[in-house]
Design a protein around this ligand. Sequence first.
Ligand SMILES: Cc1ncc(COP(=O)(O)O)c(C=O)c1O
Length: 394
Amino acid sequence: MFDLKSIVRPNILTLEPYRCARDDFKEGILLDANENTYGPALSAVTESEKLLQLNRYPDPHQEELKRQIVDFRNSQINQYSKSNLEVDNLCLGVGSDESIDMLLRCCCEPKKEKLLICPPTYGMYSICAIVNDVQIVKIPLTVPDFQIDIEKIIEVLQRDPDIKLLYLTSPGNPTGALINVDKIVALLERTGNTWNGLVVVDEAYIDFAPPNGEFSQSLSTIVNQYPNLVVLQTLSKSFGLAGIRLGVTFCNKQLAKLLNSMKYPYNISSLTSNVALKATSPSGLSVMKHYVNLITKQRDIVLRKILSFEYVGKNIGGLDANFILVQILDKTKQPSNETALKLYNRLAKDNAVVVRFRGNELNCTGALRISIGTEDENKEMLEKLEQVLCELNM
Ligand SMILES: Cc1ncc(COP(=O)(O)O)c(C=O)c1O
């Protein structure tokens, strides 16, 4: 039976959250938080800066922002959703990188407990595990479709009770491939009663994944049905707001309460929440959807063109994110890390076009990961890539 108490570290379970000065009284002459009531040290404060009250600590709870995020995700339910998300299902972080780290600190006893990842995957899971002195177990994604190997995962989880977290990326980075929702739900069902751990699905790129008919591919709306599921999202990708650093953790309410107790009380700045509130309002959401549309159209155009180049092999990734993952070939038409790395360097150093070399990732030999830019940026990237690649293979 799923038991959060046997997943969370004992010191976190008994943690008394820090009480902020503003938790008790919010109005009046506020001399309770050692703020500077004269105002921000700016020579001229604009009207919009005045409204932000930057000399005051930000709201530690961010209920209004959470409400907008919850309303948005509830409007796009998954085929498995039976109930609505509520504000208490959320914890906000400084990008999803903070959520990735916080879950590790919440669940894994350093030097003893473990994290399971499925490479090729996002590099920060390993970095956070190493920093927290948590061991990493790896079960590769299947090739060539970059899906999870359910049987192997279950076998390893049953054998090793020290594994507390399984991090999946869907759509994947660098794979660009959505992990089949039915497979993740099957994994949740089959591990829910046998393994005391959490399946964390990082959905950083979820808004680029084509919906399944009328249903969203996001698992965020099923966290109340599956207490062993945690979903991570971010405003860094589809919302175009990597600079404000806002990540969202969706999970069961008990766990959300613990995560909210753990986080730094003022982790979301007033500047961040102000912009995030605009982006997740109805008008912001329509801009986001418009951009997602443009990016996915451009992705198809870029892909068609790049695959016609003589020394570009297959697109080895999926088409569920805002990038592509293509194989670069050498003179003999074999995928080649050497050629891909030279191409990457020549593009960046001599042509001011920066893509990402991913050839050292598992099952990604010769791969470059290329983010989809504006139409003009894509045209220039394609022209230069074709030219440099021909020169390299002359
Ligand atoms: C899969 C995945 N998760 C998380 C992140 C980080 O997101 P954030 O900017 O919210 O920290 C990235 C960034 O590239 C990513 O690819």
